[in-house]
Ligand binder design. Sequence first.
Ligand code: FAD
Length: 442
Amino acid sequence: MAIAERKIVVGAGVAGLTLAERLCAGGGCEVTVLEGEDSPGGLARTFTREGFSFDIGPHRFHTSDTAVQSYLLEILGSEITAIPRASSVYIAGRYQDWPLSLGGVTKLPFSMLLPSAFDLLRVGTRGTPASFADHIIARYGRNLYRHFFRGYTRKFTGLDGSELHTDWAAAGVDRAVIDRKVKADSLLSLARSLVFPSPVTTSFIYPERGGIQRFPDLLAERIEASGGTIRLSTRVEGLLEDGGAVRGVRLSDGSEVEGSEVFWSAPVTEAFPGLELHFIDTIVYNVALRARTDNAYQWCYFGEPGICFSRLSIPRNFSEAMVPRGADSLVAEVTCPPGDPLWDSPSSMIQRLMEDLGRVGAAAPEDILFISPEKVRRSYPVYTLDYKERLAAIRPPAGLRLLGRCGTFWYNNMDHSISQGLAMASGGDVPREFWKTSVGTR
Ligand SMILES: Cc1cc2nc3c(=O)[nH]c(=O)nc-3n(C[C@H](O)[C@H](O)[C@H](O)COP(=O)(O)OP(=O)(O)OC[C@H]3O[C@@H](n4cnc5c(N)ncnc54)[C@H](O)[C@@H]3O)c2cc1C
């Protein structure tokens, strides 16, 4: 087969693997996937150690897109399990339901309760907010912003809410923050929901075993079974171009791979060096516990600046297969904005992490068997106020197609990445701003 028919997929995350699997299934071309890490999966990987399995934070499939649902069924088949969601948020020393419900807001200390409840009655969407902070205040009120979102946002991004684009809210917060079914728009509905709080029950899909990594693993098996190639530990360093068209990629060892089309799901900043867009890195602290805890949530957000992690997740509450019998575990996420010194010394946080886990009642220090930190690069795109103009300035050469969370710099979930892969494999393009039309979490 002529090299001109080779299609190169950069990145073996969910987007790149879905695309490659569909291209291979369609036949008629040679497909080569190039992946910098030593295993496929990207942000949807699972680390395994001493019988414990840890996803990169809480990972679940949740989508209303029927094409994605069918694809998940086709790939995971009978390994799919459906799990009712149980998420939580820790505010003022107490665990509340997440998304926040008015019933939950009533459990806040009195000094927070009244201002927050009255804010929720007054808020609206007047005018065009200039930043994330303006948007949240307009929508959820000044008090909830002050008590939760401000600290959480600074801890998570290293930036103040006024320095972030409103899309930061559209991507991650608006679709999950307030339980819309009980959102009060009148005094009567507020009273009704306080007396009869109605929790939202949603279910999500998760692989029966193998953690979230099972999905990329199954895709990789299919790609190889149908003649595609996946080259792991192969870093792409840049594009090869000829007369305004892409003709392949250059690898970090100096060698070249030629192809007629390049599908790029690695960070867009690596395809266009000099593009001033930034990502947040995350250190996930995988904590193995000798005994069961009573942590009932799948994941819980921690906004308080005094607590070092922004979220905890409990792998056992996704699948019992994630822990040895009788044992337990948790994953603590600590984000590192660009330049954060913690990135170079993750172990320096372990003592503080143990203290904070004890303080929030998640794990006692004497129950901890081991803590293993994993560094995850470019886990979140950062939407600074000018990010859209910067993104609009790029001019991809002919034959280069951008997809995936980091490739498009869009805050997609796995279902969005799958949908992008499916669209591109059938010759379509990536619809932008997925999150505004579908449900998910980050
Ligand atoms: C903590 C956390 C929790 C999440 N929870 C959920 C959830 O519950 N549900 C959900 O649907 N989504 C969730 N997501 C989002 C989900 O993980 C991503 O949307 C999805 O995995 C992105 O897949 P992708 O293929 O688009 O990108 P990526 O996973 O980023 O894949 C890109 C791939 O490119 C590779 N790469 C990078 N640079 C190079 C290079 N130079 N050369 C070769 N390869 C390179 C990377 O190693 C990676 O494998 C979560 C994300 C995080 C960080």
